[in-house]
Ligand binder design. Structure first.
Ligand SMILES: Cc1cc2nc3c(=O)[nH]c(=O)nc-3n(C[C@H](O)[C@H](O)[C@H](O)COP(=O)(O)OP(=O)(O)OC[C@H]3O[C@@H](n4cnc5c(N)ncnc54)[C@H](O)[C@@H]3O)c2cc1C
Length: 444
């Protein structure tokens, strides 16, 4: 890897204490949740947006690769400085201002998702995109990954809430896409091109986000089913009846077991070994009341057991357990290949059977959970990195899932994520390829 010490020294003269070259700072910026690690030469923590432009101009002049970073929760390796160089860490720019009159949030890119939601809710507004990493991940990272979450089926994903963006092109040129108006129809829509571009097209420093009125009523129901196929068939029946839950989360029996043992909490007492669907209605009191009747009737017909959360605290406890699912899997293996798959609703039961076969043939645990309203399921192939046979089986299983994803009428992969180490899985490296160059810039 080329050294850029002269450029780094120049950068330090320009930005002073914002430039970190100590071992700890470099190590912390060397990895994301993919657990791949490449040391950068320096980490820049800008105190003002203008610092970013200065960094980029200098990086272009000296051909230093630059990687942009929010909180590093992406599972894809997109925030890893694969070619060394400089990392720009945006977490210091985290101002949030809610315009309660117009229902807009003016935020800096390093603000966490949860900070925006909390600030909005304090004045009666709601910011729906809620990746499970919400406490840590940044709005800039959410925009760059077009993050979704449990509310996605009813309310949509990050793209649906971005009104305007400000930031820098890779050359260091300042740009503004859109203004703080809800209508945006004149001219090229470069704002939307930036959303989901994983830092490839520019660095977001500021965003204007649309808020919606905070739902006045919420109601949470927990249901368990005889098996996964029955659960997924029941979910299809629910959507066909026009009930639109704000959240509809599926946890197969293996995910339930992991979440229970990781948190020490029982998800559904008396229903051990069964898959569950967690549902939440949100809206006006009358809307929720009407849908509640339909939901209870549906649960009575299809579920093995069901129980409503007695109050908001009980509901929050259920959602907290669900959010811990991803980390909880690691009791089944110290590495995972995590396929993020969107399945057409008509294929739900077929997909459950496909997973059963994959578990039998690979001999590996494959806990699966996710959002049924938009078909986005997280398939976690767990294995032990010290056991070569398991590494091979995991690679074959993830390959099969990817092949199946491309087949007619079968699940389609929307993205892949490696959550193990590159050294044990060549798939992990291959999966990185679409994003490898994503946030690394040269001026050739
Ligand atoms: C436990 C867990 C649960 C998760 N749940 C979900 C989920 O439910 N839904 C979901 O969609 N994702 C989920 N994720 C993935 C991840 O949290 C999201 O992709 C999140 O948006 C990343 O935000 P970040 O601040 O951590 O960005 P980082 O990981 O730091 O960066 C991600 C990408 O964005 C780029 N980037 C970051 N900031 C900027 C910026 N200001 N301007 C331009 N580019 C930038 C980086 O270069 C990189 O390419 C989860 C991850 C974990 C670990």
């Amino acid at each position: 890897m080329a050294s850029h010490s002269a450029a780094t020294a120049q950068l330090r003269r320009k930005l002073g204490a914002a430039v970190h070259t100590g071992q700890d700072a470099r190590w912390e910026a060397s990895f994301d949740s993919s657990k791949l690690s490449f040391l950068p030469e320096a980490v820049i923590k800008p105190r003002r947006a203008a610092d970013i432009g200065a960094v980029l101009v200098l990086a272009n002049r000296h051909r230093v690769p630059v990687t942009v970073r929010g909180r590093g929760t992406t599972l894809t390796g997109a925030a890893v400085p694969l070619r060394g160089g400089w990392v720009i860490d945006l977490t210091g720019l985290r101002r949030v201002r809610i315009d309660a009159e117009t229902g807009l949030a003016h935020v800096q890119a390093g603000a966490t998702n949860a900070a925006v939601r909390t600030a909005a809710e304090a004045v009666g507004w709601f910011y729906p995109p809620d990746p499970s990493s919400e406490k840590y991940c940044t709005i800039g990272g959410n925009i760059a990954c077009n993050a979704g979450g449990m509310h996605g089926g009813k309310y949509g994903v990050t793209r649906d809430y971005v009104i305007a963006l400000k930031g820098f092109l890779p050359t260091g040129e300042w740009v503004e896409w859109g203004t703080a108006t809800k209508k945006f129809s004149a001219g090229f829509n470069l704002r939307d091109l930036w959303i989901g571009s994983e830092g490839l097209l520019g660095i977001v420093t500021d965003a204007v986000l649309k808020l919606i009125p905070l739902p006045a009523a919420r109601w949470t129901l927990l249901t368990s089913f005889a098996d996964e196929v029955t659960a997924l068939r029941a979910a299809r029946e629910l959507f066909a009846s026009r009930v639109q839950p704000a959240i509809c989360e599926f946890l197969d029996r293996y995910s339930v077991q992991c979440a229970e043992s990781a948190t020490g909490q029982s998800i559904f007492a008396g229903q051990a070994g069964r898959p569950v669907i967690l549902l939440e209605l949100a809206g006006s009191p009358s809307e929720v009341e009407e849908q509640k009747r339909e939901l209870l009737s549906w649960a009575g017909r299809t579920a093995t057991a069901f129980r409503e959360a007695q109050d908001r605290a009980a509901a929050e406890q259920l959602w907290a357990v669900r959010r811990k699912c991803s980390g909880a899997m690691f009791e089944l293996g110290d590495a995972k290949l995590n396929e993020d798959i969107a399945i057409p609703m008509r294929q739900y039961e077929r997909f459950a059977r496909f997973l059963d076969r994959l578990r039998r043939e690979s001999g590996l645990p494959i806990p699966t959970f996710g959002h049924l309203a938009d078909g986005n399921l997280h398939v976690n192939i767990m294995y032990h990195r010290a056991v070569p046979a398991e590494c091979r089986a995991a690679e074959a299983a993830v390959g099969e899932a990817a092949t199946a994803a491309g087949g007619p009428g079968l699940p389609r992969a929307t993205g892949t994520a490696a959550d193990g180490s590159a050294s044990i899985s060549t798939n992990a490296c291959r999966q990185l390829s679409p994003t490898e160059a994503g946030s690394v810039w040269y001026c050739e």
